[in-house]
Structure formats: structure tokens, C-alpha cells
Design a binder for this molecule. Structure first.
Ligand SMILES: [Fe+2]
Ligand SMILES: [Fe+2]
Length: 214
């Protein structure tokens, strides 16, 4: 896995253009695993229509890390649908208008997705329902006991480090997500009773305040 940082290059011009191209290549590389996604065409569409900076905290490198987190969780064998998770990574923040709270960007992503199915990717009715629900509610701070939706949300929250928030195991829906978050915090899940409970039995409020905007 290759990461390219914005600090590469020697001048502003040198930095900006190669970084943009590198991001496009990274996205293309990263989302190539699902054969039901026309990756190049979809990334080109997103590149053309994405309003905030492609390079900022909700741009392409975030989507790539969300996808990587999701694939790590999927590889634990939790039953999540990797195709839906890859599409979530690409699309969940695609309808942001800015890098602030941007209310409604998840719902707008869900509506956008409905117009893309069959053109840029193929989803079954069930997959489309899960993808739209995951995108629509991803910034409302919920937990989910659906492996696919839980994986999408955990993958997004596991990238909170980019805005100086350490992901918290209590706010993870999946076991693998909890393990990854606990490692970032440097504590054992054995010490956190609440994080060990099933999602539906967690003492932490189901709606997690303070994480909503991402
Ligand atoms: Fe996100
Ligand atoms: Fe978001």
C-alpha cells in the first residue's frame, strides 16, 4: 500500500499537480477490487463534481483510508459486503459542500447514489438499500448491528485521527473496529466493559454526540 503525502515535491506548483494526479491514481488503485465498479469513470465524475478541496480532510485521501479500514474489517470475516463498503468509501462524503459540519451531506450522497447505480456500478436492491442507509446516516453518530453498515461507519470513524480525534472503541459497531480503535488508544478492550457489550446493549448512547460532522 502506497501513501503519498502532500509534503512531497519542492515547490507549490510541483506539489499541487503531482499530488492531484497521485490522488486520482491512488483512488483508482484502491477501489479496483470490486469488478462491479467502473472505477476510473466514477472517480473522474467525483473529481469533476466534488465541491470542497480534493486534497483536504474530506477528500480523496480520506476516502482511500476509509476504504482501507473497511477492507481490514471485512478481512476479519464479519460478514460485511465489501462491494458496498468500497462504494461507501468513495461516495459517503462526495456531496459535501464544504469541510465544516455540512448538514445533510449524507442524505444528499444517498440521493446521488440512486442516480449512479447501473451506470457507474451495479448493486442489487439489498446492496443499494444498505449503501444508501450507510451514507444517509453516517454523520448522525449511530451504531449499527448490521455488519455491512457497521463496517462502513467504523471505517469512517477510524480515520478521525486526521482531525485530531482518537477513535474510541465504544463508538465502534464491529468487533474488528473495536480492536483497531483500542490499539490506537493503547488500551486493552478487557479494561473497557462497555466496549465489550453488543451494540444494542452498550451503555454509551446509541447516538454518539460529537462525531456527527464527519
Ligand atoms: Fe468521511
Ligand atoms: Fe461525512
Amino acid at each position: 500500500m502506497r501513501y503519498i503525502t502532500a509534503s512531497q515535491g519542492t515547490t507549490t506548483t510541483d506539489r499541487w499537480i503531482p499530488w492531484a494526479d497521485a490522488n486520482l491514481r491512488i483512488m483508482s488503485d484502491l477501489v479496483a477490487t470490486s469488478r462491479r465498479i467502473k472505477t476510473r469513470e466514477l472517480v473522474a465524475l467525483l473529481r469533476e463534481t466534488f465541491v470542497p478541496s480534493w486534497h483536504d480532510i474530506h477528500g480523496a485521501s480520506h476516502w482511500a483510508r476509509v476504504r482501507l479500514n473497511a477492507m481490514r474489517i471485512c478481512s476479519s470475516g464479519n460478514g460485511a459486503n465489501a462491494h458496498v463498503c468500497e462504494l461507501f468509501a468513495l461516495l459517503h462524503d462526495s456531496q459535501r459542500l464544504d469541510d465544516g459540519e455540512c448538514p445533510g451531506h449524507g442524505a444528499r450522497a444517498a440521493s446521488f447514489i440512486a442516480t449512479l447505480n447501473g451506470k457507474y456500478f451495479d448493486c442489487t436492491t439489498r446492496e443499494l438499500d444498505q449503501l444508501m442507509e450507510a451514507c444517509s446516516l453516517h454523520s448522525d453518530g449511530f451504531l449499527s448491528d448490521c455488519p455491512t453498515i457497521g463496517t462502513c461507519w467504523d471505517a469512517d470513524r477510524l480515520d478521525l485521527g486526521r482531525v485530531d480525534i482518537t477513535p474510541d472503541a465504544r463508538y465502534m459497531s464491529t468487533e474488528e473496529g473495536r480492536q483497531l480503535a483500542s490499539r490506537l488508544h493503547g488500551f486493552s478492550l478487557d479494561d473497557d466493559e462497555d466496549a465489550q457489550r453488543p451494540v444494542t446493549d452498550r451503555r454509551t448512547p446509541a447516538r454518539v454526540r460529537g462525531l456527527g460532522r464527519y
